[in-house]
Design a protein around this ligand. Structure first.
Ligand SMILES: Cc1ncc(COP(=O)(O)O)c(C=O)c1O
Length: 457
């Protein structure tokens, strides 16, 4: 069947209007019922509905009980890819069930548009930015592609990035350089991560910027070292540089924030990033396959959507053959049908975090991280590679043990002490530890004792 322009003309001549085109799904406001028996049979494992019903957000034990994470190991790498709390599992199950019954009616355009709008509103409230400026993605990496492929850059423009940054940023920029002839230059914010300070990082950034620099692409918290970049100070220093530049020549600051979302008590409006890119399936513990990009509207105006969105504005523009106004976050949300049961369960993870309190999540996580860094720092032969100063460190903690590779330490922690950690997969690999709301201060102490034993034998 001939599609596109002919299809649109045909529908116009048959008088199919906006509702007809977009109204093929169910309306907004469909409450997700939490299916399944509320109480398990005696002796049976509790159902998700029962686990969810028992949730007491004031109790950290109850928070941990919301997860089916194995108790065979202490879970210090749970942030790598989320395990879902019961509320998210229930929401996913309910959407999946309804999609399986009638995917067209339940999954068609209108339902997704309404739900996506609701998700952007919830995320906007959580992040403290306008909902219309949030694009929905399937991952951080997809968001990096949205910005680094779509941003208006010209041959000869320079992009700066970091020598220990996430490989997805490097790859997105490498490919962009091939297609557009931009220059990508890496530089170091510090020599040894453990000695990094905010002032040093800002000074090095200032020295790296040249008249041709248009973009600085960084991670908020580096997964290679655990160093947290002083984004606000960097943004302020760039603002001084940008004062003497034309609007089009400004240096934009783009931040991959995935290692901080769900850890830090985040306020995006105050952070200072020009673009902020994250997944929701690491520390946030949200549905696997979900993420977002935020930018102020003026910065979105410099980005071309790289994948057609299935937004109302984009479909109506196509239908009526003229640009249809719509929020930039909508335009820049890559379209196509998604694994909707996961995307539409995002509100359930926001419910979870809001019930506990964003500030309490941050305090619980960061206090364990401080305890961990202190404990490790007292072990002879162990170097904590992540600085102790909370201004430049977060939850993710890296260390090295004399005489061992990081893989050896991670292997021994798992086999001998039943503790799950990871080795950072970078040129220089460190043991990477993630205390979080599914670990406890006692478990942190166990981990420190285990590292101590390993360092002695
Ligand atoms: C800094 C950073 N960004 C992005 C990613 C990938 O995130 P996603 O799976 O959401 O693409 C990772 C780790 O997997 C990471 O450490």
């Amino acid at each position: 069947m001939r599609q596109s322009v002919n299809g649109a003309a045909e529908r116009r001549s048959r008088g199919i209007g906006r509702r007809g085109l977009l109204g093929g799904g169910l309306g907004a406001g469909l409450a997700v019922g939490l299916g399944g028996p509320a109480v398990a049979a005696p002796g049976a494992a509790p159902s998700d509905a029962e686990i969810h019903r028992r949730f007491n957000p004031r109790s950290w034990r109850s928070v941990r009980d919301q997860f089916r994470l194995s108790r065979d190991y202490l879970q210090f790498s749970a942030f790598v890819l989320a395990s879902h709390p019961a509320g998210v599992r229930l929401s996913i199950d309910e959407h999946r069930r309804r999609l399986d019954v009638d995917p067209y009616a339940y999954g068609a355009f209108r339902n997704d548009m309404d739900r996506s709008k609701g998700i952007r509103e919830r995320l906007g409230a959580y992040l403290n930015v306008p909902a219309g400026e949030i694009a929905l993605t399937d991952s951080t990496t997809m968001g990096l592609g949205v910005i680094y492929t779509g941003l208006d850059l010209s041959p000869g423009d320079e992009v700066l990035t970091l020598d220990r940054g996430f490989f997805g940023t490097d790859e997105a920029l490498r490919v962009r350089a091939l297609s557009t002839g931009i220059t990508v230059r890496k530089f170091a914010l510090f020599d040894q991560p453990e000695n990094a300070t905010a002032e040093m990082m800002v000074d090095r950034m200032r020295a790296a910027v040249t008249p041709r620099t248009r973009l600085l692409a960084v991670d908020w918290i580096q997964s290679s070292t655990g160093v947290k970049l002083p984004i606000r100070m960097m943004a302020d220093a760039l603002a001084v540089i940008n004062e003497t530049r034309d609007e089009a020549d400004r240096v934009l600051l783009s931040v991959d924030g995935v290692q901080g979302v769900g850890v830090e008590d985040i306020d995006l409006a105050a952070l200072g990033a020009d673009f902020f890119i994250s997944g929701l399936h690491k520390w946030m513990l949200g549905p696997r396959g979900t993420g977002f990009v935020w930018a102020p509207a003026a910065n979105w105006a410099r980005v071309h959507p790289i994948i057609p969105s299935f937004s109302e504005a984009s479909i109506l523009s196509w239908f009526y053959g003229k640009p249809w106004p719509g929020p930039p976050g909508d335009w820049n949300s890559p379209g196509g049908f998604h694994s909707f049961e996961h995307r539409w369960a995002v509100p359930a993870i926001l419910d979870f975090h809001e019930a506990i309190g964003k500030d309490r999540v941050a305090a619980r996580t960061l206090s364990q991280a401080a305890r961990l860094k202190y404990g490790l720092s007292r072990i002879p032969g162990v170097t904590v590679k992540t600085p102790a100063d909370p201004a430049v460190s977060s939850a993710l903690t890296c260390c090295a043990v004399d005489g061992y590779t990081s893989e050896q330490v991670v292997g021994r922690l798992k086999e001998e002490f039943r503790i799950e950690t990871t080795a950072s997969e970078y040129q220089e690999s460190f043991v990477r530890i993630g205390p979080s709301i599914v670990t406890t201060p006692d478990e942190v102490d166990q981990l420190v004792r285990a590292v101590h034993q390993i360092s002695r034998t």
